[in-house]
Design a protein around this ligand. Structure first.
Ligand SMILES: O=C[C@H](O)[C@H](O)COP(=O)(O)O
Ligand SMILES: C=C(OP(=O)(O)O)C(=O)O
Length: 356
């Protein structure tokens, strides 16, 4: 027998429940399917210029760590989404996977008990059950697709997806995006580079063949047809912001070749907020000002928001404050509700100006 040459650094391999079985436990409902399909279509109409009057708003916690707080947030957001639907397509950030700069808690799917036990089987079910409940309220969900296996468990409940700044250059993620069923926003890189996002957007529009898993959990050859519904997300980077008028115009010009008329979303958080959640409101207002001034390449904004403002440090065994982020700092609910109403009023004014 030759000596073992593989799995040298692997402690354990545990088979997981197949996607089809998790779906059988938490099946897609008529209501949820309607929310998903109508929201995806509304976002497509905005991106492709068929709806020139509304903005997409991806808003909600940086990460979900407490299902109860997430559902309370969803109920509150649903009310504002209904009040502002003429002007905004509001989609809740339901982020269950966190890409870390180095190490840290990697999200509710990876570690649902927040204790380092990494019970991913429970995490997948928990994420799906939260997505289902939020959709059942009538509110659409947005998430970052980080692990290429995860969409098989959750994608039928997701209306908008992000490819994040840390994975934008990865072929695996571009292939995955080419097969996703929902519109996808591509972040610029953490160093601020736009070109890698543009390359990703082009790559994801093409068909790809790659390794993945099927609904039965078996490894499979996946062939995709390419995703026509793509846009860029400006999130700043390398310590610099990129939400100013010149930045947005530059991104819009670079996106022209992709044939997508409304192709630019601004992430008001991350480097655009200089990693201080209190700056998100002013970033958002500057983007609204550009929209009001006629910048119609702008299709939406992203805001990190939670029930309560700020963030807290998670460590094993720590007692946590309710409704406060354990990843990036977020604006609190009162500020969020006011900002969303302000956005709706600005967009209403913009639509009026356009029709004269
Ligand atoms: O959006 C969340 C964070 O910015 C991202 O996951 C990176 O976090 P980290 O730099 O704290 O690891
Ligand atoms: C991690 C995120 O963003 P980015 O990829 O831009 O850092 C996020 O939006 O949660």
């Amino acid at each position: 027998m030759p000596p073992q040459t593989d799995n040298c650094n692997i402690q354990e391999v545990t088979p997981l429940i197949a996607p089809s079985l998790v779906k059988a436990e938490f099946p897609l409902t008529e209501t949820a399917a309607k929310v998903v399909l109508s929201t995806r279509q509304a976002i497509r109409n905005i991106i492709h210029g068929r709806d020139p009057h509304r903005l997409v708003v991806i808003v909600g916690p940086c990460s979900i760590h407490d299902p109860e707080a997430a559902l309370e947030y969803a109920h509150r957001l649903k009310q504002v989404a209904d009040q502002t639907q003429e002007h905004l397509v509001i989609v809740m950030r339901t982020y269950f996977e966190k890409p870390r700069t180095t190490v840290g808690w990697k999200g509710l799917i990876n570690d649902p008990h927040l204790d380092g036990s990494c019970d991913i089987a429970t995490g997948l079910k928990l994420a799906r059950s939260i997505l289902l409940r939020v959709n059942e309220i009538g509110l659409a969900c947005a998430t970052e697709m980080l692990d290429p296996v995860t969409p098989q468990y959750t994608a039928d409940l997701v209306s908008w997806a992000a490819i994040g700044a840390r994975t934008i250059e990865s072929q695996t993620h571009r292939e995955m995006a080419s097969g996703l069923s929902m519109p996808v926003g591509f972040k610029n890189g953490t160093d601020g580079r736009l070109q890698i996002a543009l390359n990703a957007i082009l790559s994801a529009s093409h068909p790809h063949s790659f390794l993945g898993i099927g609904q039965d959990g078996m490894t499979a050859l996946i062939k995709t047809s390419g995703n026509p519904d793509r846009h860029i997300v400006l999130r700043g980077g390398g310590g610099k912001t990129n939400y100013g008028p010149e930045d947005v115009e530059r991104a819009a010009l670079l996106m022209e070749d992709q044939g997508i008329p409304r192709s630019v979303m601004v992430d008001c958080s991350h480097d655009n907020s200089q990693k201080d959640y209190r700056n998100q409101g002013s970033v958002c207002r500057e983007v609204l000002r550009q929209y009001q001034a006629g910048q119609r390449a702008l299709m939406g904004v992203m805001v990190e928001s939670n029930l309560n403002p700020g963030k807290q440090t998670w460590c094993e065994g720590a007692s946590l404050k309710y409704g406060v982020s354990i990843t990036d700092g977020c604006i609190g609910w009162e500020e969020t509700a006011d900002l969303l109403q302000e956005m709706a009023a600005t967009v209403a004014g913009g639509a009026l100006a356009l029709s004269h």
